[in-house]
Design a protein around this ligand. Structure first.
Ligand SMILES: [Zn+2]
Length: 77
């Protein structure tokens, strides 16, 4: 079966997609569990999200910038 490509979401679409609990989880992940390859560890100050994707597995993938070092990260939520 063909896999669907990732869909780009904007912040508004994401807000519609997530219920209250999921939004809380998303924020916790963004602030606490994003790996920064420049800091070589968790981005302790969180990241500024630049791009949001909905994957074919119905996961949310975000791309953003580490607030501490300004480096790009590639976390999954
Ligand atoms: Zn960093």
């Amino acid at each position: 079966m063909k896999r669907f490509p990732e869909i780009t979401l904007n912040q508004f679409q994401l807000a519609v997609l997530l219920d209250e609990e999921e939004r809380h989880f998303y924020n916790v992940v963004i602030d606490n569990y994003v790996y920064c390859c420049h800091c070589r560890g968790v981005a302790i100050e969180g990241i500024d999200v630049e791009e949001i994707y909905l994957t074919d597995l119905n996961d949310i993938r975000v791309v953003g910038r580490c607030r501490k070092c300004g480096g790009g990260g590639s976390p999954t939520a």
